[in-house]
Design a protein around this ligand. Structure first.
Ligand code: ADP
Length: 257
């Protein structure tokens, strides 16, 4: 027999729980938007004075006959300002690729050429640290549908991480292939690896592993957040497979052109 009272009571409780959850999600979304706007505003405000500081430092450094300690200080200031500039640029890019009012203008992008260019740029660093970087790709073009500059950024962030977090003598493999209606980019290394715990937070802004060997490398924790936002806004997918001490493989799927 039907117990109308009980069923109705249960239904009302369900609706209330749903409403609570909905309110919470809306509040979190508003907070997230606020955070993104704050980051974007602060980065814009930092950009101009920083450019001016760098310009004036260059003028000072070009003065001849400066005492040695003064030149050393100016050089240290310039390095610091440049590093700050890179952080600000990353923050501006993060805001840009996270802005829903600024969608991707998709064109066919030759992923293979991007990978070749990025790997070529790492050659000096790879040789210095005795790393082997291999590109695996067929002879055909692998065309993704997207923004070339942003996809270049995806490849270069993944490859530069692979180099950064792999010890001397290690191997790194980057491959591109067409898989059905998508293109696949794989970036594998035999480096430090990432614990299961860290993997959960890998794509969050400012996340850096507490693994001492990883902390020893310079970084801001913005690289993978940028990568994942770019992949998402292209309608793609990113995943990582990794084991501590063995290495990591990042797999990116993007819509094919
Ligand atoms: P950054 O390298 O500037 O710290 P990322 O967002 O690119 O920032 O990476 C976040 C963290 O993820 C790194 O600090 C590092 O601990 C870990 N990580 C990223 N890529 C790798 C990799 N290929 N191997 C091991 N750890 C990695």
């Amino acid at each position: 027999a039907l117990d109308v009272g009980r069923d109705l009571g249960g239904a009302i409780l369900n609706v209330r729980a749903y409403e609570r959850e909905h309110r919470l999600v809306t509040e979190l979304q508003a907070l997230d938007t606020y955070k993104s706007q704050l980051i974007a505003t602060v980065s814009h405000e930092l950009k101009n004075p920083l450019t001016s500081v760098l310009g004036h430092l260059e003028i000072l450094e070009s003065v001849e006959g400066l005492p040695g300690p003064v030149r050393t200080s100016l050089n240290a200031m310039e390095r610091g300002a440049r590093r700050l500039g890179r952080v600000v640029d990353d923050l501006l890019l993060l805001a840009k690729v996270g802005d829903p009012d600024n969608p991707v203008v998709a064109r066919p992008v030759d992923l293979r050429t991007i990978v070749d260019d990025v790997v070529e740029l790492t050659a000096v660093e790879a040789e210095r640290r005795h790393l082997t970087v291999t590109v695996e790709a067929g002879s055909e073009q692998v065309l993704a549908s997207g923004d070339a500059t942003e996809l270049d950024r995806v490849v270069s962030n993944l490859v530069s991480n692979a180099l950064k977090y792999t010890a001397e003598g290690g191997r790194i493999t980057v491959s591109v292939a067409r898989v059905g209606s998508e293109v696949e980019l794989l970036c594998s290394d035999e480096g430090l690896g990432i614990s299961a715990e860290d993997q959960k937070q890998l794509f969050t802004e400012f996340f850096r592993s507490s693994n001492p060997a990883a902390v020893a490398q310079p970084g801001t924790g913005l690289g993978l957040a940028i990568v994942s936002r770019i992949v998402q806004r292209h309608g793609g997918h990113i995943a990582v497979e990794s084991e501590l001490g063995k290495g990591s493989t990042f797999r990116v799927l993007l819509p094919a052109a």
